[in-house]
Every structure is written in C-alpha cells, then in structure tokens.
Write a protein that binds this ligand. Structure first.
Ligand SMILES: C[S@@+](CC[C@H](N)C(=O)[O-])C[C@H]1O[C@@H](n2cnc3c(N)ncnc32)[C@H](O)[C@@H]1O
Length: 222
C-alpha cells in the first residue's frame, strides 16, 4: 500500500495512507498526540504504581511511542520492557525521512532511536540498561502473548473505520489476558462501540480528555 510522509500541525511528520485516507498519527500533531495519549495518560499513570513496567504496543510503526517512552523512562528512572507488534515494518528510507531523530524531544537520544529500528526482530535486546525491546513481526490476529505479563498497553492500530478486524472483542480478549490485574490499556479512539466491547471483555473503561483536536480518548483498566 502506498505510504506518503506528511507534516502535522505541531511540525512533526507522520505517514499518510492515500488509499485509506488514514494517518499513522493525528494531523493535529503526531508528537503532541503520542505524548498525550500514551505517555501522559498511560505511562505517567502506571509509573506511579511501579518503576519497572512491561509495555505492549500494538502497531510499533515509526517507533515514536517507543522513543518517547525511553526518554520518559530515562528521566524518571524507570525500567521498561517494551514489546512492539508490527505486521508491516517501515523501511529505513521512511524512518530517515520522518526525521524523528531530529525532534527536540528526541535529538539528544537519536542514537537510541536508530537502535530501536536497527535491532533484530523476534529477540529481546537490551537497547540501554533501562530499556529492553522485543519487536514481533506478526499479524495481530496471530500474536500469542504470554498471559498476565503487561502493565500497560498502547493500542495504536489504525482506526476501526479502516481495520475493524483489529478492534474486535476477540482481539481485546487476547490483550486482556496478556495484562496483569491493575494494568491499563490506552487508545486514541473514543468510539462508543469500542468502549462497549472493552467493557464486555471485563475492563473498567474511562473516557478521558483527548489530545488537542480530539475531545476524548479511552483508558481501560483490568
Ligand atoms: C496507526 S499506525 C501507528 C504506528 C505506531 N504506533 C507509530 O506511532 O508510528 C498503526 C500501525 O499498525 C500496523 N498494523 C497494521 N495492521 C496490522 C496488523 N494486522 N497486525 C499488526 N500490526 C498492524 C501498521 O503497519 C502501523 O505501523
């Protein structure tokens, strides 16, 4: 599928899929959305409970959430085990064109950002002493995580309009089972059907303020 690099309103870039009229991040701001949805609404909250966290990201993509997690972990003395599921890894040319290594939030850690992408798939590697990474190249429907291991889930799939099969109850059940009690699941999506399906699976679901340009997002607790 064709992928184009575009610039979002906060100046950071993202990828646009013309065939689906879908973006990897909000056109209001890629970094702004990642910081609000995943770091502030997810990581900051779980770090209050534990300084050692196991995180699952659905849709590793550009690695933006992973590098922002690393930077937050470094500054707050957290230890992170990060597992990213990705069916269609990006090419090096796309990663370079996105220029996330030059973002003010990342620039000091550009080497780490490149390591996230150059590290092997299917094997857990120590990127730094505080950050372990396991990248899994697999379709989400075929992913079989261990039970009860994750403290935090970044659910960053394309929206239900274009990939409804990634937002089904069976997927949410698989993820719920992979989470520890008290773990949280965050997503930019605030659709009523998604909220109801998360409740069906057993989550306690909150609608919380979304990033600029989006009224709400969802946070679900096991
Ligand atoms: C909305 S993008 C977000 C990516 C990433 N979190 C980021 O910040 O760049 C969704 C990601 O899910 C991946 N994806 C699409 N279908 C998938 C599937 N069936 N299984 C696993 N990953 C998938 C895409 O390739 C893309 O990287």
């Amino acid at each position: 599928m064709k992928r184009e690099i575009v610039t979002t309103k906060d100046g950071s870039k993202t990828i646009h899929l013309p065939d689906w009229q879908e973006n990897y991040h909000s056109h209001h701001g890629a970094v702004q959305e990642a910081l609000h949805v995943f770091i502030q609404s997810g990581l900051v909250r779980q770090a209050l409970r534990n300084s050692s966290l196991s995180i699952l990201e659905v849709g590793f993509g550009t690695g933006l959430n992973a590098i922002l997690t690393y930077v937050h972990a470094l500054k707050n003395r957290l230890h992170i085990r990060y597992e990213g599921v990705e069916a269609y890894p990006l090419g090096l040319d796309e990663i370079n064109e996105l220029a996330y290594a030059d973002l003010k939030e990342v620039a000091q850690y550009s080497e780490v950002y490149h390591l996230l992408h150059s590290s092997v798939w299917e094997k857990q590697v120590s990127i730094t002493p505080e950050f372990e990474l396991l990248k899994r190249k697999v379709m989400l429907a075929e992913y079989t995580p261990e039970a009860g291991v994750f403290d935090l889930v970044y659910f960053d799939a394309f929206g239900p309009r274009v990939q409804p099969e990634l937002w089904e109850v069976s997927i949410f059940e698989m993820i719920y089972n992979a989470m520890r009690p008290g773990a949280i699941f965050v997503t930019y999506c605030a659709k009523g059907q998604v909220r109801r399906d998360l409740i069906t699976v057993g989550f306690h679901v909150e609608k919380i303020p979304g990033p600029p340009g989006k009224r709400e997002m969802l946070r679900a607790t096991k």
